[in-house]
Design a binder for this molecule. Sequence first.
Ligand code: PPS
Length: 329
Amino acid sequence: MIHIKQSESVSEAPARRQKAEMVKVSTNGDFIPLKWNWAETWFTVQKLFGENIKDIYDFEVKQDDVFITTFPKSGTTWIQEATWLLLNNLDYDEAKKVHLWQRSVYMDISLLYDTFFHNSIDAARQLKSPRCIKTHLPAHLLPRQIWQKKVKLIYCARNPKDVVLSYSHFLRSKGAYEGSMQDFIDDFLSDETTYTPYWPHVHTMWLMRSEPNVFFTTFEEMKRDLRGVAMRLNTFLGQPDLTEAQMEKLLDHLSFKNMKENEQVNPTNLIKRNSTRSNTQADFEFMRRGIVGAYKDELSADNQQRINDWTERYLKEFNITLADIFGDL
Ligand code: PPS
C-alpha cells in the first residue's frame, strides 16, 4: 500500500532562507529490504515536492533502468558521467554533443523549483533505454518499483564536512539560499535544508551496500581509486570488460580538470545563463575544488567540531565510525 506521510512545516527562518515553504515527508518504505523505521524517517523538501511526491513514488520503472541517487554534492555528476558512458558503450561522440542533464535526467528537480522550465519526471520517463536517471532521494522516497523490480541503484556518498561546504557554496552562490555559511550549517545540522537529514540518507544505503541491485561507493573512494571504482561499476552494469586503452581514456575523461572544462558535463554556464530569476553570482562555480578535505581550510575549527560531534552522536548508536564508510579522511 502506498502511504505518503507529511508532517508539519520546517521552521520559518530556514524556509525563508530557502525561499520556499518546506515540509517533511516519509513513506512506509514498503518493499525495501532493510528493516528500518521508515515511516518516522522524515525528509525535508519543498512543499511543492511534498504535494507531488506521488508522481515519483509511483514512477513506472523499467527493468533495465539504472538509478543514481546521492545526497547532494556527493559526487553525483562524476559517477553519473561514468555510469552513462559505461552503459552506452563509451559513446564519447554523444557525450560530447549532448549535455549530461539531457542524457541522464535529474528527475526531482522540477519539484524543487516551481520556476523550473520543464517537467523533469516526464523528461526522465522519455529518456531512451537503458535510462540512466539521477535523483537525490533517500531509499524510501525513491520510485518504489526500484525495490519491487530490484533494478540497478547506484549510490555515492561523501563525508559530511565536505558536503556541507560544497552544498553551502552551491546554494548560496546560485542564489537559492539567502543566508550566511553559518546559517546554512545550522539549518543543515538541524535537518531543515532540502534532502536532509544527511545521516539516515547515507547510512541506510550503506547498510544495503551488499544488496545485489545496489552499487555503493564514496567520493573518497573515487578519489583514491577511480580505476577500481570504474571496474567495479562496469561489472555491476553487466558490461564487457574494458581494454587498458578504454580504461585510460575513461579515467582521463573523468579527471576533475577535464570534467570542469567539459561544457557537456559541468553545468556552471548553463546555470548562469538560466539565472535571471535566481540571482546567481558572477563567480558561481558548480565544480569548485573537487578534493577530499576542503573543509580543513574552509570550515572553522568550531564548525568542524560541531559536525564531528553531530556525526558521532548519530553513528555511535549504530556502533560504526566515519572511517567504516569513508576510510581515512
Ligand atoms: S549535485 O548538484 O548535488 O548533483 O552535485 P554533485 O555532482 O553531487 O557534487 C558536486 C561536487 O563534486 C565535485 N566533482 C568532482 N570532484 C572530483 N573529480 C571530478 N571529476 C568531479 N566532478 C564533480 C564538484 O567539484 C563538487 O565538489 P566541490 O567540493 O564543491 O568542488
